[in-house]
Write a protein that binds this ligand. Structure first.
Ligand code: ATP
Ligand code: MG
Length: 550
């Protein structure tokens, strides 16, 4: 069951205070992705936080595309983000685009100029950086800082009209070049970009910078609590400055929390895009990707991701969460909800020599031993079956309880079989086993005559469905994220293993995204991309067991 209540956290406490004090009677949050890539599990943390916080207190949440940088943004990403938020189970109250506010942002910039709080600067980007100073030295004022209001208004209007080239001029806030906070040293608020925008087309050739745009977007939408990640903590004074100086009617409060980091992966659209562009993975939804689309295709359920996000909680201190914790939540979900089935990933043929030729019997098996309501199924059994290559050893070590010459094991849901003969090819590889079965030992009949130590799984050779299995390892090998080393050097070149095996015929109508627990192998999802009418392809979501404890 899903534990809907989010744990108490410092942001929730602020909201409670603000409601109790009467500062707000209705809270409004927003999830504001930039459409420059697909959402990842880190975004899920922000989505769960914003939507569930508002929901708990009867508030509302906007999905807002922070589309102020036309060079990196695309319609494909806008659509993918909407799909992912919905799939995670959240409904936005308003769908907003920052670009819809470009006119108002421009008007507010005019206001800043008129108040003497903004100026057009002709320094080059390199010069602006040089003049900015460092943490220990104050910056230098731009020679253009004291332009008259009239000149600034004229130049800014001409910037908008497209009279200048990119980089030729910018609009800057006039704050304090000696501020210990570098963000307050006359930050750039508008730059020239002769680029088409996915929403506004060619209407604009000046675009607002994030630090200017974001507080205005929040204020325009009457956001009460604007939640963002810790790297914006130093930007908060600037956020508040813009709200005040632009004379916004509404005063949103920015609150920062730690971003989610996971072991063995990277968590940034920019880096994930490099994996896609360099064809290291097969697209944004590759099952190895930490994107929502990748997790979905891998077989994660929305509930497992929501539960994970609730469990990690919200705090200010940075930490790296073990990917095994995410895996814990999908196991928990699928252990309850996924039907069981048998599959052989690396097949070895077994002929049961004393089983009548041409005979097929249907054996009973429960779909979930923990949950009788999931019902029973029938599994065909006949003279030829496949078992796992790993379940046979010609010369076994001590304590090997599976099949070896002369040994008897239990076939899950079927009979005891005993290995009598090993058939090899010319190179000495084992290609077939000859066994006998004991009809007395049929599963479910309460046979107690003797015991065997090993139980192995199998599929019937004639009825089983040829299936491709895709097994995954972490994409990034080393968690020591070395700053000097590109993460591309840490790619695990063995992150995908493809096997051709079989599943029991009950899975013949399995549909993309159907999930199963394959006995002894783990939880699997029918891949929606590679599966066709003629070919079944399974992604392993996770193996069955882990030593991880919550
Ligand atoms: P990326 O570097 O992956 O592009 P971002 O922060 O630039 O991340 P945005 O599209 O701007 O991505 O993010 C939308 C929202 O998601 C922001 O409020 C941001 O703080 C939040 N967010 C992004 N990454 C994480 C993360 N790893 N953990 C928690 N929240 C995150
Ligand atoms: Mg970003």
């Amino acid at each position: 069951m899903e534990n809907k209540a989010i744990a108490s956290n410092f942001i929730r406490n602020i909201v409670i205070e603000d409601l109790e004090s009467g500062k707000h009677d209705h809270i409004i949050t927003r999830f504001p992705p930039e459409p420059n890539g697909y959402l990842h599990i880190g975004h899920a943390k922000a989505i769960v936080l914003n939507f569930e916080l508002a929901d708990e207190f009867g508030g509302t949440t906007n999905l807002r595309f922070d589309d102020t940088n036309p060079t990196k943004e695309e319609m494909e990403y806008v659509e993918a983000i909407k799909e992912d938020v919905k799939w995670l189970g959240y409904e936005w109250d308003n769908l907003c685009y920052a670009s819809d506010y470009f006119e108002e942002m421009y008007e507010r910039a005019i206001l800043l100029i008129k108040k003497g709080k903004a100026f057009v600067c002709d320094l080059s980007p390199e010069e602006i950086r040089e003049y900015r100073g460092t943490l220990t030295e104050p910056g230098k004022e731009s020679p253009y800082r004291n332009r008259s209001v009239e000149e600034n208004l004229d130049l800014f209007q001409r910037m908008r009209a497209g009279e200048f080239k990119e980089g030729e001029r910018v609009l800057r806030a006039k704050i304090d070049m000696a501020s210990p906070n570098l963000n307050m040293r006359d930050p750039v608020i508008y730059r020239i970009l002769h680029e088409s925008h996915q929403n506004t087309g060619d209407k604009w050739c000046i675009y607002p910078m994030y630090d200017y745009a974001h507080p205005l977007e929040d204020a325009i939408e009457n956001i009460t609590h604007s939640l963002c990640t810790m790297e914006f903590e130093d930007h908060r004074p600037l956020y508040d400055w813009f709200i005040r100086e632009c004379e916004m009617e509404s005063q949103p409060r920015q609150i920062e929390f730690a971003r989610l980091n996971l072991t063995n992966t990277v968590m940034s659209k920019r880096l994930l895009k490099q994996l896609v562009d360099n064809k290291i993975v097969d697209g944004w939804d590759d099952p190895r990707m930490p994107t929502i689309a990748g997790l979905r295709r891998r077989g994660y359920t929305p509930a497992s991701i929501r539960n994970f996000c609730r469990e990690i909680g919200v705090a200010k201190n940075q930490s790296v969460v073990d990917t095994q914790m995410l895996e814990h939540f999908i196991r928990e979900d699928l252990n309850k909800n996924a039907p069981r089935a048998m599959a052989v990933l690396k097949p070895l043929k077994v002929v049961i020599t004393n089983y009548p030729e041409g005979q097929v019997e249907m054996l009973d098996a429960e779909n979930n031993p923990d949950d009788p309501s999931m019902g029973m199924r029938k599994i065909p059994f006949s003279r030829e079956i496949y078992i796992e290559q790993e379940d046979f050893m010609e010369n076994p070590p001590k304590k090997y309880f599976r099949l070896f010459p002369g040994n008897e094991v239990r076939l899950k849901h079927a009979y005891f079989i005993k290995c009598n003969e090993v058939i090899k090819d010319e190179e000495g590889n084992v290609v077939e086993l000859r066994c006998t079965y004991d009809p007395e030992t049929k599963s479910g009949t309460g046979f107690t005559g003797r015991k065997v130590k090993g139980t192995i799984h199998w599929v019937d050779a004639k009825h089983a469905i040829p299936t491709e299995f895709r097994l995954y390892e972490p994409l990034i090998l080393d968690d020591e994220q070395d700053e000097d080393k590109s993460f591309l050097d840490q790619i695990n070149s063995n992150s995908l293993e493809i096997l051709q095996g079989f599943v029991e015929n009950n899975l013949k109508d399995a549909k993309p995204q159907d999930k199963f627990q394959l006995f002894r192998h783990g939880y699997f999802n029918v891949d929606p991309y590679y599966t066709t009418d003629d070919k079944l392809v399974f992604n392993r979501i996770v193996s069955l067991k882990s030593s991880f404890k919550l």
